[in-house]
Design a protein around this ligand. Structure first.
Ligand code: X5A
Ligand code: ZN
Length: 651
């Protein structure tokens, strides 16, 4: 099971034949640049490469009218003047004698990808296509798009596989109004788009791209923005445009390639990881290639590089999020429960790039000038040779582990282990001393980049002491910031300095409490809604805001987490520290839990959390209290979603 890459070189066979500054950026080199990037970085070789076939006219008919399909078919025989005249009838479109063939291949590629994912041949995949699709409508080409590749793919998934809930995430910089129109009244397809709008002054200049457009009829509430776990889709289609990336002449925004790795990873917790991404826009060749590589690398399960930069949402982004919440609230009870110092990059783990400093609102030219020294410099993180290693105290538990994990047999040097153990004399004896040796060795592997992530199993009594040793070892070996998410009976080590190097987040206990900006406690919510709010609205923004080098997820005695909850937590915590995460689990809860955690750390999607329950009033109160106290320091909390109260729209 892997990642599919669907392509056909014929899709480079359409191009602009006359002068048109608006359309010239949609050129064949977009595909070859993306593909070369994937090949050069060894990513194409790791994918299952499929050759696209043309979609049938019946398949096109799921979205487009026969008259429109016939019109596009006729362009095959038109001469240049006729093509140009026809193109003018649409907004930002050009036709070429090969357009019909290419556009059918683009649809066919998207359908093949859906088939590959839904038959289980692969986990996920990307279709590299031209022309793009998301602006195209039932009877109209628009914005370089001829047939609506992603919309047809969604119809296909519904018709052929009987899916009832499909999420379309459109991260192209333009609003995919074509997809919105097609599914406007269809509650089985949730269309989420984020796009540049400028209060209607950015192409395609439409009122209906704004937050108040929520869908019509039965489809009300199924257009636009929602916090991602509630709809619980069976399939995620991504309209993957990369024209929001830094350097793009059309979008003129500044998303780094790394952003697309994180966006992809966030999608991976949904729909059991079934993601079909289809290329839309993206017009700066090098920036496009880098962003595509980041996405494919993440689809393949590689760790995401750290996100750099100031973790502070800008005022206008917060306003946009707020207006979407207001517009959607009548349709989603979840949104009715509204909850009303920045650190430098780490030098110890230098695989992330430092970005050029730009003025608050740089001109496009300034952004591009700053970008050019970065060209070609994108270093995909060297992937550690070992993915997930597990250090076990009890050898028998190895039986439960999925294939692909490495059993940590090697130990740290005896003297070193004993020196660490001496700090906690009474607690490490015999077996637990052996376990500590293995854990130290595993941690060394993670810090040195030999191992991506790991699970350390400890005797219940030794858990707290082990966590202390791990923290000290990380700090004395160059980690600048360590995030500890602790559950169950585990207290913050007493002699740990509160100097900002360790962010300790306790998820347990009765009361929410802010001991300091780096020592935070919150109760473990008992409802799915409360749990999701806690993870997405608190843990995730804190983790990304802290920008840790290493994440420690410690499940102490009586941690109370269900396996699926632990899996979601681990999955989310893979993001912020370049995938460097060590889970410490006390042995009582080992068997099934270690297996589930290992699967997630290997890159699989977490299992479903089960039936949805509204967050309780106490849970909401605790989160609000923490947000209010923490927001001055942890600015990403301002953008956090409010606690979900319901899993479905109000009928
Ligand atoms: C797919 C896509 C953009 C059209 C822009 C016209 N289309 N100015 O990115
Ligand atoms: Zn676009």
């Amino acid at each position: 099971m892997g990642t599919a890459l669907v392509y056909h070189e014929d899709m480079t066979a359409t191009r602009l034949l006359w002068d048109d500054p608006e359309c010239e950026i949609e050129c064949p080199e977009r595909l070859t640049a993306a593909l070369d990037g994937l090949r050069q970085r060894g990513l194409q070789q790791r994918c299952l490469c499929l050759t696209a076939c043309e979609a049938s006219e019946e398949e096109l008919g799921m979205v487009h009218s026969p008259e429109y399909v016939a019109l596009v078919r006729r362009t095959q025989t038109l001469d240049k003047e006729e093509l140009q005249a026809l193109s003018k009838q649409f907004d930002a479109v050009y036709f070429h004698p090969n357009t019909f063939h290419c556009a059918r291949l683009a649809v066919g590629a998207a359908l093949q990808l859906v088939d590959a994912v839904l038959t289980g041949a692969v986990h996920n995949g990307l279709a590299l296509v031209r022309p793009p699709g998301h602006h195209s409508q039932k009877e109209a080409a628009n914005g370089f798009c001829v047939f609506n590749n992603v919309a047809i793919a969604a119809k296909h998934a519904k018709q052929k596989y009987g899916l009832q809930r499909i999420l379309i995430v459109d991260w192209d910089i333009h609003h995919g109004q074509g997809i919105q129109y097609i599914f406007d009244d269809d509650p089985s397809v949730l269309y989420f788009s984020w796009h540049r709008y400028e209060h209607g002054r950015f192409w395609p200049f439409l009122q209906e791209s704004d937050a108040h457009a929520v869908g019509q009829g039965q489809g009300q509430g199924f257009t636009v923005n929602l916090p991602w776990n509630q709809f619980d889709p069976e399939l995620v289609l991504v309209s993957a445009g990369f024209d929001s990336a830094i350097g793009d002449p059309e979008g003129r925004m500044r998303a780094t390639p790394e952003c697309f790795a994180h966006l992809t990873q966030l999608m991976q917790v949904l729909a059991g990881g079934r993601i079909c991404a289809v290329l839309e826009g993206g017009y700066h060749l090098e920036s496009l290639a880098q962003s595509v590589c980041m996405m494919v690398q993440t689809l393949l399960g590689d760790p995401t590089p750290p996100l750099l930069g100031l973790m502070v949402p800008c005022q206008s982004a917060l306003e946009s999020i707020q207006s979407v919440q207001t517009a959607q609230a009548p349709h989603w009870t979840s949104l009715q429960q509204n909850v009303a110092p920045v650190l430098g990059p780490s030098t110890r783990f230098p695989e992330g790039r430092s970005l050029p400093l730009l003025a608050e609102n740089p001109t496009y030219e300034a952004a591009e000038a700053a970008l050019s020294p970065l060209q070609g410099e994108l270093c995909l993180r060297p992937t550690p040779p070992i993915c997930t290693a597990v250090a076990l105290a009890v050898p028998g538990a190895a039986l439960a582990l999925p294939p692909g994990v490495l059993l940590q047999e090697e130990s740290a040097l005896r003297e070193e282990t004993e020196a660490w153990a001496r700090l906690h004399k009474s607690l490490f004896q015999d077996e637990s001393l052996v376990a500590l040796g293995k854990i130290l060795c595993l941690l060394g592997g993670i810090l040195d980049g030999q191992v991506r992530n790991g699970i350390a199993v400890t005797a219940a009594l030794a858990t707290a002491a082990t966590v202390e040793v791990i923290i000290q070892r990380c700090l004395s070996h160059g980690a600048q910031r360590l995030l500890c998410v602790a559950l169950g009976q585990l207290d913050r080590p007493l002699d740990l300095a509160d100097d900002g190097r360790v962010l300790w987040l306790n998820i347990r206990g009765k009361e929410a409490a802010v001991e300091s900006m780096f020592h935070i406690s919150t109760p473990l919510p008992q409802t799915t809604g409360g749990f999701l709010s806690c993870i997405l609205g608190l843990v995730l923004p804190l983790a990304y805001g802290f920008q840790p080098d290493v994440v420690l997820m410690a499940l102490g005695p009586a941690h109370g987490l269900q396996n699926a909850q632990a899996a979601l937590l681990a999955s989310v915590l893979r993001g912020p520290a370049g995938g460097r995460i060590l889970a410490v689990v006390e042995e009582e809860s080992i068997l099934q839990l270690a297996r589930t955690l290992a699967q997630v750390l290997l890159g699989e999607a977490p299992p479903s959390l089960g039936p949805f329950l509204m967050a309780s009033p106490e849970e909401i109160r605790a989160l609000r209290l923490l947000k209010a106290q923490l927001e001055p320091r942890w600015k990403l909390l301002q953008a956090a979603a409010p606690p979900p109260g319901s899993c479905s729209p109000i009928a």
